[in-house]
Design a protein around this ligand. Structure first.
Ligand code: IVH
Length: 663
C-alpha cells in the first residue's frame, strides 16, 4: 500500500515537472489547464496525507519553470512567486476565515482582480527609466527580455511621474486580447499551418522571441498586478499601487473591486463569472488579495506562494462528445487544413458542433480519428479545440490526404504542418477567393454570399473574377429564392462595387499577407494600379509600415502574368483602379509617426493618441529615425533629448492644440 502511494507520488512529481517544461518553457502545453490542476491537487492531497514522502524538491513546493539558456539570466529583486488555488465558494470561505483569524482587524479589506491568462514579467525602473524586463523563470532568476518588453505598447519606457522611485520592480501580466489572438492565429495558420493553443501561449511565445521585431508585431498588452522591491515610494494598499501605476503611465485594468466582507467577495466572483466571455482578454479566474500591504507583510509567503493572496479558478469549459468527421478544407491561398465535425454538445452555454484540429501533425499527436469520443475545451471566443481522446473507436490512424479534396492535384508538404494545394486553378481556392472578393471589408457586394456564388459556380457562369460583372438579369432571376426585387438589389450592389477605391480592390484581390490596413496604406501612397505595377521592391520598403517580406509578396504579385490578366479583365469590366482624394487622405497628420513624452495639461495620453490617429497619424513608443514629430509635455525626459539629437520636429502642447483646432 505504502509503495503504491510512493509510486503514485513519484509519478505525479515526474509528470508535473514534464508538463511544466511544456507549459512554461516551450509555451506549448500537452494537457489542458484543468487536467494540470487536477494532477497538482492529487499530489498535494497525497503529500498532505503522507508526510513521510515529503520532498522539498516536489513541484508543489517550488515555483515552476526554468530560465532558458538562450537568454541572459536576471536575478529578481525578490522571488517571483506563484499563487495557491481555490476552486469553490467553500474553499474561498475557508481561505477567508483563515486570513481573518490570522489578522486581527475587523475592517480588513480585500481586493479582487481578474486573473489574466498571460505570462508574468518583471520590469525594473531605475530613476523612472525602464532598464530591465524579465520573465519569471524559476522564480529566483528570470530571462532578460528587455528589448522584447520594450515593444509592448502599454509599457512606458519612462515613468511619467514626478519624484519617481529610485528603484521600482514592477510586475504584471503580458497578455494578448482575444481578438488580436484570433487574428494572429489566423495569420499563423495561413503562413505555416501552425498556431497557438490559447492566448497565454501566444503571449508567452511572442515575448520570448529572439528577434524583438517579431514581438513588436504581436500586439501584446500589459497589466500591472504586483511588485518586488520599491525604493523611494511609500504605498499602503494594493489598490493604491494600481492607481499609482496608472499615474506612471500604465493602463488601469478597471475590472477590480475592493471588498469589505465575504458577501461582497462572493458577489463580485458571481459578477465576473457572468462577465468572463464579454471581456476582451482571457481570464482563467480571479485573484483575491489582502488589500493592506502592511497586513500582506504580516501574513508573509511560503516558499511557493504568498499567504495573503489566492487564485479563485473558474470551472473549465470542457465537454465530452463524439467526433463525427474530420473535414479537410482548402483555404483561399491553397492551405489544406483539417477541422472536426462534432456531435453537437452544449459547452459553457453555447452549442458546439465544430472544433479546430490546427493541422495534420495535431491529429497524429492526439491520435484521433473519426468515431472517437473526445474531450473538447473552449477558451473565450476561440473555436473549441480537442484536448484528448477519451475512447477510441478503432486503432486505425487517420491518413493525411495526398491530393487536394477539390481539384485532386498533388498536395505540396511545405513543412510537417503546412500542406498546400498549389494549383492556381483549384476550384475550392477560387470559390474562397470569390467569397473574400465580395466580403464586407473588400468589394462589399451585399447579397453576393456563398449560396449565390455556389449556384453560379455550379452553372459555370463564373470562371474568372471579372465574370461577376458580366452577369445579367436573366442569370439572377433564375437563382433559388430570387425575384425581381432581390435581383435588382444585387445587380445594383455589383454595379456599385465597381466604384470602390483602389484600397478595397487591393484587399479584395487577396494578395498573400496583404490585409486591409496594408492595402489602404499602399493605395494611398501609389494612388493607381499602374503605379503599383511599375513599383520596385524599394518603392514598397520606403513605406514605414512595409517590411521586406511584404514588399517581396507585393512585387511577386505585380510581376505575375496571371495577376495582370485578372486585373486587365476587371479594367475591361469597368472596375475603378484609383484611390480618390478623400477628406481622409488630406488629413493633417497623414502617415506621420508621433512619439509622446511628458505630461500634457489638456489631454490624457489616450486622448492625444486618439486625436493623432483620427487625423491620420500613428503613435510609436520610442524615438527613432522614422519618427516625424515628438509631442512634448511637461517633464519630458530622454525621448525629448533623443528627438533633439536626431533633429526631429518637436511640437509642444500649445502648438498641438492650435493644430487640432484648425481641424
Ligand atoms: S498577483 C504570486 N494578480 O498568476 C505573486 N497575479 O498563477 C503575486 N496573474 O504568477 C501575483 N493575474 O503571473 C497576481 N491579478 C493578478 C494576476 C496574477 C494573473 C498571474 C501571475 C502569477 C500567476 C500565478
Amino acid at each position: 500500500m505504502q509503495s503504491n502511494i510512493r509510486n503514485r507520488i513519484n509519478y505525479l512529481r515526474k509528470e508535473l515537472i514534464r508538463h511544466n517544461d511544456f507549459y512554461y518553457d516551450k509555451s506549448n502545453p500537452e494537457i489542458s489547464d484543468s487536467e494540470y490542476d487536477a494532477l497538482v491537487r492529487e499530489l498535494e492531497q497525497l503529500e498532505k496525507e503522507n508526510p513521510i514522502f515529503f520532498s522539498s524538491d516536489s513541484p508543489t513546493r517550488k515555483v515552476s519553470g526554468f530560465p532558458s539558456p538562450s537568454f541572459e539570466s536576471v536575478k529578481h529583486s525578490l522571488p517571483m512567486l506563484s499563487l495557491d488555488n481555490v476552486y469553490s465558494y467553500v474553499e474561498t470561505v475557508r481561505w477567508y476565515e483563515r486570513i481573518k483569524k490570522s489578522i486581527n482587524n475587523e475592517n480588513l479589506e480585500f481586493i479582487i482582480e481578474p486573473k489574466i491568462d498571460g505570462v508574468s514579467a518583471s520590469l525594473i525602473y531605475i530613476n523612472s527609466i525602464l532598464v530591465i524586463g524579465a520573465t519569471r523563470g524559476d522564480g529566483e532568476n528570470g530571462e532578460d527580455i528587455t528589448e522584447n518588453i520594450k515593444t509592448v505598447k502599454d509599457i512606458p519606457h519612462k515613468l511619467e511621474i514626478e519624484n519617481p522611485p529610485d528603484f521600482f520592480d514592477l510586475r504584471g501580466e503580458v497578455y494578448i486580447d482575444k481578438s488580436d489572438f484570433k487574428k494572429l492565429n489566423e495569420e499563423m495558420l495561413e503562413l505555416n499551418g501552425q498556431n497557438f493553443a490559447n492566448p497565454r501561449n501566444a503571449a508567452s511565445g511572442s515575448l520570448r522571441q529572439k528577434n524583438p521585431q517579431i514581438t513588436a508585431k504581436r500586439k501584446l498588452r500589459f497589466f500591472a498586478h504586483s511588485f518586488g522591491k520599491i525604493h523611494g515610494k511609500q504605498l499602503e494598499k494594493q489598490s493604491d499601487f494600481l492607481h499609482y501605476c496608472q499615474k506612471c503611465g500604465f493602463q488601469l485594468q478597471g475590472d477590480f473591486k475592493v471588498c469589505r466582507s465575504l458577501e461582497e467577495i462572493v458577489g463580485f466572483i458571481d459578477i465576473m463569472m457572468g462577465k468572463r466571455d464579454l471581456l476582451c482578454y482571457e481570464i482563467d479566474g480571479l485573484v483575491i488579495k489582502v488589500n493592506s500591504l502592511e497586513s500582506q507583510k504580516e501574513l508573509g509567503n511560503t516558499n511557493k506562494s504568498p499567504r495573503w493572496a489566492v487564485a479563485y479558478k473558474f470551472p473549465a469549459k470542457q465537454a465530452t462528445t463524439k467526433l463525427n468527421k474530420i473535414r479537410v478544407q482548402v483555404g483561399r491561398t491553397g492551405m489544406i487544413t483539417p477541422s472536426a465535425i462534432l456531435e453537437p454538445v452544449i459547452l459553457a452555454g453555447a452549442k458546439i458542433s465544430h472544433a479546430t484540429l490546427h493541422n495534420f501533425e495535431e491529429i497524429k499527436r492526439l491520435n484521433v480519428n473519426e468515431g472517437d469520443t473526445v474531450l473538447i475545451e473552449r477558451a473565450g471566443d476561440v473555436i473549441p479545440k480537442i484536448v484528448k481522446v477519451i475512447k477510441k473507436e478503432s486503432e486505425i490512424p487517420f491518413e493525411s490526404p495526398y491530393n487536394c479534396p477539390s481539384c485532386n492535384s498533388e498536395i505540396v508538404k511545405e513543412s510537417e504542418v503546412a500542406y498546400r494545394c498549389i494549383n492556381p486553378e483549384c476550384p475550392a481556392q477560387f470559390r474562397r477567393h470569390l467569397i473574400h472578393f465580395a466580403s464586407r471589408g473588400a468589394m462589399d457586394i451585399r447579397g453576393f454570399g456563398e449560396a449565390v456564388i455556389d449556384q453560379f459556380l455550379r452553372k459555370g457562369k463564373i470562371r474568372i473574377l471579372a465574370d461577376i460583372y458580366c452577369l445579367t438579369y436573366n442569370d439572377f432571376i433564375v437563382l433559388d429564392l430570387f425575384k425581381e426585387k432581390k435581383t435588382n438589389n444585387l445587380m445594383e450592389a455589383i454595379a456599385a462595387s465597381k466604384k470602390r477605391p483602389l484600397s478595397r480592390l487591393l484587399f479584395a484581390l487577396g494578395i498573400r499577407h496583404i490585409g486591409e490596413k496594408v492595402s489602404e496604406i499602399i493605395a494611398k501612397r501609389f494612388r493607381n494600379m499602374d503605379a503599383l505595377f511599375a513599383a520596385d521592391i524599394e518603392d514598397f520598403t520606403k513605406i514605414p509600415e512595409i517590411g521586406g517580406v511584404l514588399a517581396l509578396f507585393l512585387k511577386r504579385f505585380f510581376e505575375n502574368k496571371a495577376a495582370r490578366r485578372v486585373i486587365d479583365a476587371l479594367i475591361s469590366a469597368g472596375v475603378n483602379m484609383t484611390e480618390p482624394e478623400t477628406a481622409e487622405t488630406g488629413r493633417q497628420f497623414d502617415g506621420k509617426a508621433f512619439v509622446l513624452t511628458g505630461e500634457l495639461e489638456n489631454y490624457t495620453r489616450k486622448q492625444a493618441e486618439g486625436i493623432i490617429t483620427s487625423l491620420g497619424g500613428r503613435v510609436a513608443s520610442s524615438v527613432g529615425r522614422k519618427t516625424d514629430y515628438v509631442l512634448a509635455g511637461v517633464n519630458a525626459g530622454s525621448k525629448l533629448e533623443k528627438a533633439k539629437k536626431l533633429n526631429i520636429k518637436i511640437i509642444y502642447e500649445e502648438e498641438f492644440k492650435g493644430l487640432v483646432k484648425t481641424n
